[in-house]
Design a protein around this ligand. Structure first.
Ligand code: PLP
Length: 452
């Protein structure tokens, strides 16, 4: 693995400022640790379950696609900047059905759908389209650390807003916007980024009652000449194992001027196919496609035709249903193991997610779970790897809670998940033990103080 460029900060700068800022990504460090110690149980990677990947569905769809010569030739040619129109039409129908919005209720059109190489590309394009260096993106705290890296890379500021078990706190959002207004800085606030279903890393789903409030607050502080957008990341929406779906923030923005939706087939189907998309406010479609035109003038066309065929042939829904069953079992394994091994430890807390791929742990205040803290190394010695929660905090506005951990149950089979959680609990116990002075030492320290 190449060395991170940030390691050589004193060397003459041979790359751009941007390339320099891209160095030292958490993901590189974690992958390095995982590769160096293949025997570790990784509860770190946010990858989807390797064994559930849709080999048969993709094979069937690909054969079907290639059997029709003219369709095959079209799929193997460059596509269009915004992406394959029949797939975009389908996504429009699916989005309406999921949100329970008949076509008559808003003006959403297929032109507002842009296909990208995964939703990360969409997020990046959105940032390049609406933000200038020094601009501010408000983020739920904690938030998806890859997105925070993208913001840093582009010279943007990420400012955290408080969250609780129901998602971002509306009053805290309002207060943050008020503070920027009072400081004469509101014009720098251009967006709010939220993962509204089973957040990465916290697994929190934004409560239904809060959804219209969040849209209302942002719209109230937004002005036509300097709009504030909501970037609604819905990457995990379809991975729900318990309870009922809720409509998007976008559904509380019928004019569609405020909310940008980012969505992907990476989690619900295959990250290797890497088809993502955005639903954009009409005013952003042209500017974002202009950005995209300079980058790839259209994401891989074959993958888009493939996904269309998968949907047309009815291969998608059964796959998602199988996935839900498999992840439900894995989530249960993680929660059972947490109840068994972590619950007896003092001050360890977690939420019981209804979907997604993560369980977010909060340890006692004194435990530093950061990559340079005692627990990270201790956990690796015990045989388990996790994502330190410290990576998931925006750079301003909130304190970094170093006593937090993201665990993922996506990759490992249930037995390994249980084993990994047990190793982690043992490591936490080791660190707590070593942080508690033994009675004899305490007595000794007290004596020494008296003698002084
Ligand atoms: C919250 C969130 N958004 C977006 C993505 C990006 O997915 P992709 O680019 O594969 O669509 C991820 C991937 O882990 C994610 O966790």
């Amino acid at each position: 693995m190449p060395e991170s460029s940030s390691a050589s900060s004193t060397a003459p700068r041979t790359v751009s400022e941007r390339a320099h800022r891209a160095g030292g990504q958490p993901i590189s460090r974690l992958m390095h640790a995982a590769l160096a110690r293949p025997e570790l149980i990784s509860l770190a990677a946010g990858f989807v379950d390797q064994q559930s990947l849709p080999v048969e569905a993709v094979s069937e769809a690909m054969q079907k696609l290639m059997a029709d010569r003219s369709a095959a030739l079209a799929a193997l040619q460059y596509g269009t900047n915004a992406g394959y129109a029949p797939l975009r039409e389908r996504l429009l129908d699916m989005f309406r059905a999921a949100d329970g919005h008949p076509a008559t209720e808003d003006d959403l059109t297929v032109d507002q759908f842009v296909l990208t190489a995964g939703s990360n590309q969409l997020l990046h394009l959105v940032c390049e389209t609406i933000l200038d260096p020094g601009d501010i993106v408000l983020c739920a705290s904690p938030t998806y650390f890859v997105f925070l890296g993208a913001l840093r890379n582009l010279g943007l500021r990420s400012v955290g807003v408080a969250t609780d078990t129901e998602g971002i706190v509306p009053e805290a959002l309002d207060e943050t916007l008020r503070r920027y207004d009072e400081a004469g800085q509101l014009h720098r606030v251009k967006a709010l980024y939220l993962t509204t279903y089973f957040d990465n890393p916290s697994s929190v789903t934004l409560a239904l009652e809060r959804r219209p409030q969040i849209v209302e607050i942002v719209r109230r502080w937004s002005k036509p000449a300097r709009p504030i957008y909501i970037i609604e990341d819905t990457a995990y929406r379809e991975l729900r194992y318990v309870g009922d779906d809720v409509p998007t923030l976008r559904s509380f923005d019928p004019s569609g001027e405020t909310v940008i939706v980012a969505q992907t087939f990476s989690k619900s189907f295959s990250p290797g196919v890497r088809v993502g998309w955005g639903i954009l406010p009409p005013a952003l479609v042209g500017p974002l496609c202009d950005q995209k035109g300079n980058i790839d003038f259209g994401s891989p066309n074959l993958n888009q035709h493939l996904m269309f065929t998968v949907l047309e042939e009815g291969l998608y829904e059964p796959h998602v249903e199988r996935l839900r069953q498999s992840y439900r079992t894995k989530l249960e394994a993680m929660l059972e193991a947490a109840d068994k091994y972590l619950a007896p430890l003092p001050g360890v807390q977690w939420m019981r997610p209804e979907g997604g791929l993560y369980v977010w742990l909060r340890l006692p205040e004194e435990v530093d779970a950061g990559v340079d803290g005692a627990l990270f190394q201790r956990a690796m010695d015990r045989g388990v790897l996790y994502v330190p929660g410290e990576y998931c905090y925006p750079s301003e506005g909130v304190e970094v809670a170093k006593n937090t951990i993201r665990l993922s149950f996506g990759v490992q089979p249930p037995e390994r998940i249980r084993e990994g959680v047990k190793h982690l609990a043992d490591a936490v116990a080791d660190v707590l033990d070593s942080a508690t002075p033994s009675p004899s030492l305490e007595a000794g320290a007290a004596k020494a103080t008296k003698a002084d």
